[in-house]
Design a protein around this ligand. Structure first.
Ligand code: EPZ
Length: 422
């Protein structure tokens, strides 16, 4: 297993190119199952999760060609030759559940392994299943698989989500495009990745209104065509790299960044004394003056503060002036980075879903363990600002969501290198 070694090296200066959004690409790719025509995705990120989704789609009979080093994905599912998404692939990546809606909508049947939990929580899929049942699907859970059938095809229905779910909204949205009649999704997730999916589906011929609001209305059509679509920039990678100059000092421009993708996050940075300037090339970030101020954070569905940036923000708060209270409202176990940050000298008190951080002048480098994707990058950020050397182990977590992190941070002056493990 690889490790990444980071040595505090002072302020950062330069530019970081932001890639296409992992979490948009992971729902755009299964959309190929809705149509026999080719779907081409540009600005795709080069990540292990994308390769995992490619393997899953190919196991169902889709073709996935990676071009331009993986930045362009040419997908086609002329025929779905296997209707079973196996546990050995699904267990590696929860987003695999997103093949269920499209496959059921197009074929009238699908067998998909339940994803199981992960480090940050149980992460059930009950909302996905209720949404498909509201469109007439017959579901049978056995042997750890969802056996789904829609003999006469899916029909339009009303789906009222009791809580916001990004994945369930995506599954329902994709399935509804081929359902007979009208589907209304209430309490829909409003994330930019949902908007990106709807825009791509519309290019394929879907009839969708209201994406990005609480209510999405879909008129089913008989078939969908092909499309070419550019993946929206990754707002979580963007926010992560915006925190690098915030925690180290200096000035970094994140190319392709847009404030509308991260308004709540940018407001928090402003409150903490970080300047964010939108230019025609992206977002330029620098500390306003002196030490960063502690701010409180509550994670919420979009447009609130993203849960996927909570760990990274905690790293910044570890060196801020004052005390910060971070409340994690989306997942039940998303503070696993806290004990690792404490090994570096951070003062963090965790009670249930709330972490209280008392800022310290400097952190001290130490060997630490990555536990999940966003926790691992928060340890990298802390290492950038720490005195001495930080060794982050198990960085395979990191490679799921961040392409060439050492090149991107090294390019703005960080001392960071990957040690290839045995
Ligand atoms: C997506 O996960 C993202 N993943 C997550 O990013 C992100 O943290 C999350 O949305 C919230 O923004 C992808 O898009 C691939 P949810 P998803 O359904 O869809 C509960 C990352 O680091 N829930 O919005 O799984 C669930 O347990 C990852 O890139 C149910 O109870 O998230 C959670 O507490 C991590 N039943 C809450 O809802 C369900 O059927 C929000 O989950 C579905 C979800």
């Amino acid at each position: 297993m690889d490790s990444i070694v980071v040595t505090g090296n002072g302020p950062l200066h330069g530019q970081i190119a932001i890639a296409g959004a992992k979490n948009a690409c992971l729902t755009l790719m299964p959309a190929t199952l809705l149509s026999e025509e080719p779907l081409t995705l540009t600005n795709a990120p080069r990540l292990s999760d994308i390769r995992t989704m490619s393997t899953l789609l190919e196991s169902l009979g889709a073709e996935v060609a990676q071009m331009q080093g993986g930045q362009v994905l040419a997908l086609a599912s002329h025929a779905i030759t296997n209707h079973r998404a196996d546990y050995d692939i699904v267990r590696k990546m929860r987003a695999s559940i997103l093949v269920l809606g499209p496959m059921l909508a197009r074929e009238g049947h699908a067998v998909v392994s339940l994803p199981g939990g992960c480090a940050i929580g149980a992460r059930p899929v009950d909302l996905h299943l209720h949404a498909l049942e509201a469109m007439g699907a017959e579901l049978d859970l056995r042997d750890g698989y969802v056996h789904a059938r829609a003999p006469g095809g899916l029909r339009g229905g009303r789906i009222a989500f009791p809580m916001v779910s990004v994945g369930a909204t995506e599954n329902a949205l994709m399935a509804a495009t081929l359902a007979r009649g009208t589907t209304v999704i209430d309490n829909a997730a409003r994330e930019p990745e949902i908007v990106d999916l709807a825009q791509c589906l519309r290019k394929m011929g879907a009839q969708i209104e209201g994406e990005g609001t609480h209510t999405i209305t879909i008129e089913g059509v008989d078939r969908l065509g092909g499309a070419t679509h550019a993946v929206v920039p990754d707002r979580i990678e963007l926010g992560t790299y915006m925190l690098a100059p915030a925690i180290c000092g200096g000035e970094v421009t994140c190319l392709g960044g847009r404030i509308d993708l991260l308004a709540a996050f940018c407001e928090k940075l402003d409150e903490a004394g970080i300047d964010v300037t939108e230019t025609e090339t992206g977002l330029t970030v620098a500390r306003r003056n002196g030490r960063v101020r502690a701010v409180d954070v509550v994670t919420e569905p979009f447009p609130g503060f993203p849960t996927d940036l909570q760990a990274q923000m905690m790293a910044l708060m570890c060196t801020a002036q004052g005390t910060s209270v971070l409340e994690e409202r989306i997942f039940e176990n998303r503070f696993m980075h806290a004990p690792e940050l404490m090994r570096m000298g951070a003062l963090i008190d965790v009670h249930g879903g709330t972490a209280t951080v008392t800022g310290v002048e400097t952190l001290k480098g130490a060997p630490v363990m990555a536990t999940d994707l966003r926790a691992s990058v928060s340890l990298i950020l802390a290492g950038l600002a720490a005195e001495g050397e930080t060794i982050v182990n198990r960085v395979y977590h990191l490679d799921r969501g961040y392409e060439s992190v050492e090149e991107k941070l090294g390019g703005v002056g960080a001392r960071i290198e990957r040690i290839t493990g045995q």
